[in-house]
Write a protein that binds this ligand. Structure first.
Ligand SMILES: *[C@@H]1O[C@H](CO)[C@@H](O)[C@H](O)[C@H]1NC(C)=O
Ligand SMILES: *[C@@H]1O[C@H](CO)[C@@H](O)[C@H](O)[C@H]1NC(C)=O
Ligand SMILES: *[C@@H]1O[C@H](CO)[C@@H](O)[C@H](O)[C@H]1NC(C)=O
Ligand SMILES: *[C@@H]1O[C@H](CO)[C@@H](O)[C@H](O)[C@H]1NC(C)=O
Ligand SMILES: [Zn+2]
Length: 718
């Protein structure tokens, strides 16, 4: 599912692969490249690797990665239909020495039965709106018989007709603005563009404002330079988006609760009791359409309702030939007929394990395997191919006699696309073992859909994660003597580590208090346009435009493997708890800005929070001092004490009962924004209390958040 946070990394920003228009909110956070200015910032060339690191990095081979990508790109991997690719993955990992198994869950899914959309004009003329992505002769899998039609996972079945209106990106603010301007929305169909918030929340907002259906379209305004309008050829002939490409995807209300909607808080084993799903799935039908299909629908609204200027929202008018008036236009109607089949079906996680010598310390490396189409070579086959190669590389290391200190668990999640289901069910099933042993979770989803690196992580991982970039030679970097670090700092505006919100499988781990990280690489405004969640995200696209030669895949894989090696092998876990204090101070300053912006300075007192952060900083410094002392003494027992503090301190941030009205999300320091789904909100209980004008709740959460920070400080205290 993941949309990489390439451009918009700051807290509170709508993150999306190609959401170039997103406004970057001011933040007090510092990019790692600046935060570490006083440390040795010199990047060595060529990178210096240990013997073990060299063996691991050299095991990455673009020829085999190409083979794995080709395999995954020619498999039906839709959740519930992907057992063959699961078994293949287990077999490859076993060849690398991982004890591998399939874990089955029985989960709630929905499959498309029939979808149609038509528009009727005031003169009575009715036209079908094209929902089909044409078969491309140059790209074999686009014509496969079991390819999937255009649909939204978990959208409601229904046959609705009525006038329609345009509502920008479909955020709560977009709909509120239309309401304020007197646009009639009740009983009508909402037309919104992709981008910004998670698609399920667009449908939720439409539903909450009285719409009876939703149509979501791709706008080439989000595509950067490489557009047909700018004279570039469309895929498969060139780097621009194919005009008929459609973004499928889930309409779960992700920011309320991920995982199988019928089994909140417990694993979806066969025969378990099932809860109702209506609190997290839409009651109105929805359908995604291409930009070619959307253009006439938008044009029919020209001159009706409010203009784009009157709407005065940051992302409203796009790049299609229309004026993006809101409508509705009298007598112009849509009929949306969407029929879905709801099932409980088996899905399969693949779990591969190598036991470490320390049984009570585990790192998990995960990637999902399921897709909305036969291909999926960006999302997630790039990550899946990298994990197969990583298993092979660790196998080579093991052949040399190496044994890891800590357990390594590889995971290939199923049903991520419907709502992070495989990973959530796994975490719910193994919660106590993870709470006792998990040191870190490393996620890779869209490993590669372009050349620009994106890294998000919980703060204690930021230091080691940015350092490892210095160990990997950038693809073609041999020519310019560049490491991934140089590329990362340049391409992501100065080396900012993003804050984890949601949108991929790290979510459950974060909210069980486990250090987590997400790595990948995507496109910028000048790169070939990736057809996210379309039947055109294929092996042919990847090998022609996305990563010809698969060298970016190899580099990202080397990075992940070298990072994993440090986490499993270092005597003291390379988790920088003092940096967590630095980040929390910045979050606190950001929160102060939000409070000022909402005029709540006299209503909210942050003293208790500030005191807790300083107490945490003190405990973190003590833990760091103990680390030095333990290393100086070479005292293994004391080193183990320090490691367990580093492993466990985040457990303190978990608030029993969860955030207001969303029990699943329990981390007091970060959560996906209630109205973004993807992008993170820091100190979410307080920040959202202020934003939604629940000042009592905000003040209550100052106290709850402070207590969580003190619990964590207590774990670090010596
Ligand atoms: C548009 O919105 C901005 C703030 O969001 C406001 O400062 C400006 O006055 C608004 N313009 C109009 C014409 O309403
Ligand atoms: C790894 O450890 C687990 C639990 O401690 C054990 O059940 C399993 O048999 C071990 N695997 C190997 C290959 O030793
Ligand atoms: C790259 O580094 C090598 C030493 O490893 C040096 O000989 C060469 O001149 C450098 N090239 C550039 C373009 O800086
Ligand atoms: C692997 O990379 C080399 C360059 O290092 C390139 O010449 C070759 O075509 C690539 N192979 C594949 C299968 O992509
Ligand atoms: Zn994905």
């Amino acid at each position: 599912m993941s949309l990489l946070q390439i451009v918009a990394l700051a807290t509170g920003v709508s993150a999306c692969a190609r959401d170039f228009l997103a406004v970057k909110r001011h933040t007090h956070r510092q990019p790692m490249s600046l935060a570490k200015r006083n440390q040795e910032e010199q990047v060595q060339w060529p990178p210096v690797l240990t013997e073990r690191e060299t063996l691991l990095a050299n095991a990455f081979d673009n020829i085999t990665i190409d083979e794995w990508s080709d395999y995954y790109g020619h498999q039906d991997k839709l959740a519930g239909r992907g057992r063959e690719a699961a078994q293949w993955t287990a077999d490859r990992w076993a060849e690398g020495g991982f004890e591998s198994r399939l874990d089955e869950y029985h989960v709630y899914l929905s499959y498309p039965v029939s979808q149609s959309l038509s528009v009727t004009y005031p003169d009575g003329r009715t036209e079908d709106v094209n929902l089909v992505e044409p078969v491309l002769e140059a790209d074999d899998v686009t014509g496969w018989e079991d390819r999937l039609p255009t649909f939204h996972g978990y959208s409601a079945s229904g046959d609705v007709s009525g006038e329609y209106f345009y509502a920008g990106q479909g955020s709560k603010e977009d709909f509120s603005r239309l309401q304020e301007l007197g646009v009639e929305m009740k009983g009508k169909i909402a037309l919104v563009r992709y981008g910004g918030l998670f698609r399920g929340l667009k449908v939720k907002n439409a539903q909450d404002f009285g719409a009876i259906g939703a149509v979501i379209f791709t706008d080439p305004g989000d595509d950067g330079e490489n557009t047909v309008a700018n004279g570039y050829e469309a895929y498969p002939d060139g780097p621009a988006r194919h005009p008929d490409s459609v973004q499928k995807g889930s309409c779960l209300f992700l920011s309320t609760r991920p995982g199988d909607p019928t089994t909140p808080g417990y694993p979806s084993k066969e025969g378990v009791p099932r809860a109702a799903v209506d609190d997290v799935t839409p009651s109105i039908p929805s359908i995604p359409v291409s930009y070619a299909a959307a253009q006439p629908l938008l044009r029919a609204l020209n001159g009706h309702g409010v203009t784009a200027d009157e709407a005065n929202r940051t992302v409203w008018a796009g790049a299609l030939d229309a004026d993006y008036s809101s409508g509705p236009a009298p007598g112009v109607t849509l009929r949306l007929d969407n029929q879905m089949d709801e099932v409980i079906a088996p899905v399969w996680n693949v779990i591969g394990t190598i036991n470490g010598t320390n049984a009570d310390e585990t790192i998990v490396i995960g990637n999902h395997r399921d897709t909305w189409m036969i291909g999926g070579n960006g999302d997630p086959n790039s990550g899946s191919a990298i994990l197969v190669e990583l298993a092979k590389a660790f196998g080579k290391l093991a052949e040399s006699g190496w044994k890891p200190k800590r357990n390594i668990v590889l995971a290939s999640w199923d049903a991520e696309e419907y709502g992070l289901i495989g990973s959530v069910e796994f975490v719910e099933e193994h919660a106590s073992w993870l709470t006792e042993t998990a040191v870190a979770y490393l996620n890779i989803d869209v490993g590669v859909s372009g050349p620009r690196l994106g890294l998000s992580a919980t703060p204690e991982l930021a230091n080691v994660a940015s350092d490892i970039f210095k160990k990997v030679i950038a693809p073609n970097g041999g020519l310019f003597n560049e490491t991934l670090y140089d590329a990362w700092v340049r391409d992501t505006s100065g080396g900012e580590v993003g804050v984890l919100g949601s949108g991929s499988d790290y979510t459950a781990f974060v909210h069980y208090g486990i250090s987590s990280l997400d790595i990948g690489a995507g496109g910028g405004p000048k790169d070939p346009v990736w057809h996210y969640h379309s039947n055109y995200d294929t092996y042919h696209w990847m090998s022609t435009f996305g990563d010809p030669g698969f060298l970016q895949h190899a580099a990202v894989g080397q990075y992940l493997a070298l990072l994993a090696l440090r986490l499993v092998d270092d005597e003291v876990l390379p988790l920088d708890v003092e940096h967590y204090a630095v980040e929390m101070r910045a979050y606190r300053d950001d929160l102060t800005d939000v409070i000022t912006e909402y005029g709540a300075e006299n209503d909210i007192d942050l003293a208790e929070l500030s005191d807790a952060i300083e107490a945490f900083a003190e405990s973190a410094a003590e833990a760091k001092a103990l680390e030095q002392y333990a290393l100086t003494l070479g005292d293994e027992e004391l080193i183990s004490v320090v490691n367990h503090k580093y492993r466990d301190f985040q457990r303190g941030f978990i608030s029993q009962g969860g955030l207001p009205d969303r029990e699943f999300y329990r981390h007091a320091i970060t959560a996906p924004g209630l109205d973004t789904g993807y992008a993170a909100v820091t100190f979410p209980g307080i920040t959202e209390g202020v934003q939604y004008d629940n000042l009592d709740i905000a003040q209550e959460w100052v106290s709850k958040t402070a207590k969580a920070i003190l619990r964590s400080a207590e774990i670090l205290k010596t």
